[in-house]
Design a protein around this ligand. Structure first.
Ligand code: NDP
Length: 321
């Protein structure tokens, strides 16, 4: 079967493309530019790529750009969306438009193409957990949505972009009767297939390369990139898959992350002290990932396993000190 992966050169998408090729799919991947080999050569080198991977250029913001791209595809995985937290000077242009208009542009093309039976969108826990109504007793699950007003107030632009994009996706799917599933991962770590660093793996690099004197007083959800790719495929292949799937191995304080890293890599300058941000020690929020585990049968790799795979890959790619 032929499937499409948007933003094929990204960290998660590269893994998904590899998994799809390994499982015998024909893949049409979209990239922003075919002329930059650092974004495409790792894909062309994947087993099966020569025979079954086609790469095409498509601009998220160009109306109709995906109409030909999704033609004849049975499934579409929409992963392309900007993910960065620093250097946001024009949130609307840099993050929100490509996330929201890009998603609608892809979904519009899917709704016009009779071949497309299912669309899997890579959303995020960013679209789930960022809500001031959350109390220490809340168990975060698929019924939770982040609050756009709160995101704006906090100037949390990436989080806002993912929240609005997912809301619009569900609205569109409902109106047009499109078979949509979303995967909502937390911070994704693990080995990099591409030679460039993405935002979530950079967080791990900064904990081991001496750029941090203190770790953050914060808790984040973590999950391995292989599990995220597998969740996308399971959601596509399982005819009963529906709605959203939280994809998080665990929510952990940075303290647990640095402790695990120190145990694995005592040779690196990993911070030992927590920043003083004026708040008491952050406590992890409770999360339920039963839906993904029970409906789709995914088993998560551990944080320790994922951290190790991430650092080993950073070493191989010469990012480490
Ligand atoms: P990457 O930065 O590695 O990949 C992002 C992809 O989106 C790239 O292919 C990039 O294209 C494409 N893209 C970004 N901005 C634009 C734009 N303006 N126009 C066209 N294409 C664009 O990120 P990840 O693999 O980490 O993220 C992939 C998806 O997963 C995103 O939707 C992200 O929100 C989501 N996600 C990621 C998490 C994580 O921790 N990594 C957690 C939860 C969700 P190009 O190659 O040309 O730059």
């Amino acid at each position: 079967a032929l499937v499409c992966v948007t933003g094929a050169s990204g960290f998660i998408a590269s893994f998904l493309v590899k998994l799809l090729l390994d499982r015998g799919y024909k893949v049409r991947g979209t990239v922003r530019s075919l002329t930059d080999p650092s974004r495409t050569s790792h894909l062309r080198g994947l087993p099966g790529a020569e025979e079954r991977l086609e790469l095409v250029e498509a601009d998220l913001l160009k109306d109709g750009a995906f109409n030909d791209v999704v033609k004849d595809c049975q499934g579409v995985f929409h992963t392309a969306s900007p993910f960065f937290l620093a250097g946001v000077t024009d949130p609307e242009r840099q993050l929100i438009q490509p996330a929201v208009q890009g998603t609608l542009n892809v979904l519009e093309a899917c709704s016009r193409s009779p071949s497309v039976a299912k669309v899997v969108v890579t959303s995020s826990t960013a679209a789930v957990a960022y809500n001031p109504k959350r109390t220490p007793d809340t168990v975060v699950d698929e019924s939770c949505f982040s609050d756009p007003d709160y995101c704006r107030e906090m100037k949390a632009w990436y989080i806002l972009s993912k929240t609005l994009a997912e809301q619009e996706a569900w609205k569109f799917a409902k109106e047009k009767g499109l078979n949509l599933v979303t995967i909502n991962p937390a911070m994704v770590i693990g080995p990099l297939l591409q030679p460039t660093l993405n935002t979530s793996c950079e967080i791990i690099l900064k904990l081991i390369n001496g750029s941090k004197t203190h770790y953050s007083n914060a808790c984040l959800g973590w999950v391995g990139v292989g599990d995220v790719a597998e969740a996308h495929l399971l959601a596509y292949e399982n005819p009963n898959a529906s709605g959203r799937y939280l994809c998080v191995e665990r929510v952990a304080h940075y303290e647990d992350v640095v402790e695990t890293l120190r145990k694995l890599y005592p040779e690196y300058p990993i911070p030992t002290e927590c920043e003083d941000n004026g708040s008491p020690k952050a406590t992890p929020y409770a999360i339920s990932t039963r839906k993904l585990q029970e409906e789709l049968g995914l088993r998560f790799h551990s944080l320790e396993h994922n951290l190790k795979e991430c650092v080993e890959s950073l070493k191989l790619n010469h990012f480490t000190p």
